[in-house]
Design a protein around this ligand. Structure first.
Ligand SMILES: [Ca+2]
Ligand SMILES: [Ca+2]
Ligand SMILES: [Ca+2]
Ligand SMILES: [Ca+2]
Length: 333
């Protein structure tokens, strides 16, 4: 019994995600829309998380991590698209996290919030840090993407991402994906459609925001398992990256065009960018032979992994990284 407890404890420890953010106290307690939140995270200075006290720290950090991973997809600590950064910052993008659908805090928020930085909300039981973005487990990736896209991309790049009919590359692509232009929902979608969302409360613009989400996560590979493919089939048919690329050609070209800097990699719930000097393994502010010795010690297993030594950022420290450091030293001599 003792052994089982020990193993459980170990697996619990190892299942914890690494998220380099701190939960702070709500700095806006005087704001009537926000005064029922007690937990707060400022993500990369452009997107805030406000959560009720009943939401666990692990879940609050998960939301913060997913936001950061989607905005800083190469995890270098800097939002990939500076225009998007400024737009989210200017509009004070935020994600409210409520304890439940019937939370008084949610009523309060709906009554008093009058900004334009919110496009979605999360509830405690739809956040699962162990299954980032997995359909049916974790809605965090979806709701965060809705906010980033709606508050950011739509107004920032209207010729590509506007959500009104006949307005953008995306609206044209969606008309193809739905088998025609449907301002109101058709009683039945044409046979050839691959996007056939059937929620009557979701108007054309809402359909476009959902569509952009499906495209981005299909391409990331988040939907690529049998359970998810079957579960979402009545709404979205392109559940693998290959199917998405070969079927929705317009959207594949749009979201993979480097100029739009749409996140390409799926969030894994870990976000801890390295902020030191690459190559300065012993952190003495110079790159010299001592760093080679430190790196050799890591390769030999005498020391543990150090981000500063992973010169080609492939997650492994080996001879290639040593060659990189040697070349830096030779180049500066
Ligand atoms: Ca970045
Ligand atoms: Ca990550
Ligand atoms: Ca050094
Ligand atoms: Ca390496």
């Amino acid at each position: 019994m003792k052994k089982i407890t020990y193993i459980l404890l170990l697996s619990f420890i190892f299942s914890q995600n690494e998220v380099c953010f701190e939960i702070e106290e709500n700095p806006n307690m005087n704001n009537q829309a926000l005064n029922c939140f007690s937990k707060y995270v400022n993500v990369l200075d452009c997107f805030e998380v406000y959560a009720e006290s009943s939401v666990s720290d692990a879940k609050v950090l998960h939301v913060a991590s997913v936001i950061a991973e989607l905005l800083d997809n190469n995890e270098d600590g800097i939002v990939d698209d500076q225009n998007l950064f400024l737009e989210l910052q200017a509009r004070e993008a935020l994600m409210p996290v409520f304890s439940s659908f019937s939370s008084p805090c949610m009523d309060n928020f709906e009554d008093y919030y009058n900004g334009d930085g919110v496009s979605a909300a999360l509830w405690r039981n739809e956040i699962d840090p162990n299954n980032p973005g997995h359909w049916g487990d974790d809605a965090t990736v979806e709701e965060v993407l809705h906010t980033i896209n709606h508050v950011g991309h739509v107004s920032l790049y209207p010729e590509y991402f506007d959500i009104t009919p006949n307005s953008s590359v995306m609206s044209d692509a969606m008309d193809i994906a739905r088998g025609g232009q449907f301002i109101t929902m058709p009683s039945q979608y044409p046979e050839e459609a691959w996007y056939h969302y059937d929620d009557w409360t979701c108007d054309y613009e809402c359909m476009a925001i959902e569509y952009l989400y499906w495209c981005i996560v299909s391409h990331m590979g988040i939907l690529n398992d049998t359970q998810t493919c079957l579960g979402i089939d009545n709404e979205w048919e392109l559940c693998t990256p290959e199917l998405f690329e070969s079927t929705d050609i317009m959207m594949f070209d749009l979201i993979t065009d480097p100029q739009h800097m749409i996140p390409q990699s799926a969030p894994d719930g870990n976000y801890c960018p390295f902020t030191g000097i690459l190559g300065d393994v012993n952190s003495d502010m110079v790159i010299d032979v001592l760093d080679i010795i430190s790196t050799v010690n890591i390769v030999l297993g005498h020391d543990s992994f150090n981000y500063a030594a992973d010169m080609n950022t492939d997650g492994i420290i080996n001879i290639l990284d040593i060659i990189f450091i040697v070349n830096i030293i030779l180049a500066t001599q």
